[in-house]
Ligand binder design. Sequence first.
Ligand SMILES: Cc1cc2nc3c(=O)[nH]c(=O)nc-3n(C[C@H](O)[C@H](O)[C@H](O)COP(=O)(O)O)c2cc1C
Length: 345
Amino acid sequence: MATSSDTSSIPASAAEIPDLPVLQAIGNRRTIRYYDPEKKVEDWKIQAVLQAARLSSCQGNINATEAIVVNRDTCEIWDDIEECVSGFNVQMIQQSSHIIFWLTNINAWYGRANDGLSTLSLSGALTKYHGWNYEFSMTQTIPRLMSFPEDRTDQLLRFETGLAVSQAMMCGNSLGLGQSLIAFGRKPGGIQEVFGLPSHYKFTWAHVLGYPLEDAKAGGQRPRLKFEKLFHKDTFGNPYMPDPQVDALLREKGMIQEQAPLPGRIEELDALAERFGRDPGCVHWPGREIERLMNDDDWDFGPRIREHAQKVIDAGGLPDYPEEMRETFTRIMEERGLDTSKYLS
Ligand SMILES: Cc1cc2nc3c(=O)[nH]c(=O)nc-3n(C[C@H](O)[C@H](O)[C@H](O)COP(=O)(O)O)c2cc1C
């Protein structure tokens, strides 16, 4: 069996492993898109990340999430992998240290429900107190679960894989790694084929890891919709208002951090582009579109992004809205019952 190749990097004691508090780790998380191509992630950290996924919660303890860890330096099918990655992720896989391909084993649902539940019972997790009963489980619950159509199982287990990946990423983050999820959309079905996966193994998502070349804060926390636009209280449509006192405390704990773009971010991006001979600059939307977005009350925009948006508008040279696409966007939104006047002014 293969063992870790760089045992020399394993910390001599657990005390040497960084212990970032979880609220701070959540706050520090960013999608990192620039990696130091010279720095490999130590095997022990990759193993810790995988352990975090393995320990995440899974229905009936069926362990449906698996992964293939790829190291560019040793992987013999690298070129085939690279052919499948979406174009905007090529630089990321070339610079990062490892790619983890997260897989969902659909057959775990059909094959392991029985044993998984038995392990929970033996662990003291399933009890008669909650109504668990062997005969009912074997004649009703497990056969019912095992008769789910594959699309239902697929949905349930992909959710679980997402959960495992999130936990894995949080672990990587607390160990000081930079990470991103990346799409492999260039060749649909390509990754399944490259690895020769049996049809019940679904390639769910890929995840790159490395040491950030950009500042670890990646220019600040990226904006989200306002809390109360996302969360409802007691009933759908009743906004759950956040308490400013709670926000202030979470800020103090490092979970809510300064919003992007932090001072110097744009210059940092241009310096990185110059260093690697790539085009400088961010991609921008038309001025009218930026103005409309900044006035959209759903978003939680702070002063930094507003100020930057104004600078972008003032600098000019922005593209025009592609009028030939308006009809397409209108049709797609109307099919979904969306308010096109909000999005298509
Ligand atoms: C499922 C998923 C897939 C993603 N795929 C890509 C990707 O292919 N390329 C990329 O650069 N970022 C990708 N991202 C990153 C998001 O675009 C990112 O979350 C967004 O920029 C918000 O930034 P933050 O993660 O730093 O908060 C993905 C994120 C998720 C959750």
